[in-house]
Design a protein around this ligand. Structure first.
Ligand SMILES: [Zn+2]
Length: 217
């Protein structure tokens, strides 16, 4: 099944399940909910054994693909993680994406576009999903052929990161990956992208910045 068909089906399922709703400021717009999980990697050399999550990666390794974007390049965020450790993990991830110079992530105490959080995985002890991003988008708005996002919430799953002995730097890479989804990026086919489906030792790299430039042009 190709990605476009999968996307259509997901949209259909979301609407049937009643996950779509109209917001007061966009009375006619449907908001469709989406999720994208990230696999933990046991060691840097076991990429091949990590199981695939969600959508298949498409395109070239040199350009991280996107399905969505925010209307504006200035995007607000809020860190909901309670611990100073994870606040600093998320702050580092924000700094890395801001360094691209393409988007400007701005902290807010009010209602944010993106919420950055941590929790234990709800998926059970044998699951290797180390991060997840839930996002929603307007099904009647697009820019550069990309759906316009309505909200995003990213998580790093602390129990999975602990179980796989991720360092703080590796957790930051997971946070960067999830924030990449929250900015509208999809999975890259190549391992030298932070948006490879399984994340451990790769930070944001040139293909990811290229993808962001392409989305927000
Ligand atoms: Zn992912």
């Amino acid at each position: 099944m190709n990605n476009r068909l999968m996307g259509t089906l997901l949209t259909f399922v979301a609407v049937v399940a009643g996950l779509s709703f109209a917001t007061p400021s966009h009375a006619s717009a449907k908001v469709v909910t989406d999720a994208d999980a990230t696999e933990a990697v046991k060691t840097a050399t076991s990429f091949g054994t990590a199981k695939a999550d969600g959508g298949a990666a498409t395109g070239k390794a040199s350009l991280t693909p996107a399905a969505k974007r925010w209307q504006s390049k200035t995007i607000t965020y809020k860190i909901a993680s309670g611990s100073s450790y994870y606040k600093s993990v998320w702050k580092s991830a924000v700094k890395v994406w801001n360094r691209s110079g393409v988007v400007k992530l701005v902290a807010t105490t009010g209602k944010a576009n993106i919420t950055l959080s941590t929790s234990n995985s709800p998926m059970g002890n044998n699951d290797s999903t180390v991060g997840i991003t839930y996002s929603s988008y307007y099904n009647n708005k697009s820019l550069n052929g990309l759906a316009v996002m309505a909200s995003a919430k990213s998580y790093v799953f602390t129990n999975v990161a602990n179980r796989y002995h991720y360092s703080k730097g590796e957790r930051t890479n997971v946070a960067e990956h999830e924030l990449g989804h929250a900015l509208g990026l999809e999975h890259n086919v190549g391992k030298h992208s932070v948006m490879y489906y399984a994340t451990r030792d790769q930070s944001v790299s040139k293909p990811d910045v290229n993808g962001l430039v392409h989305s927000y042009r």
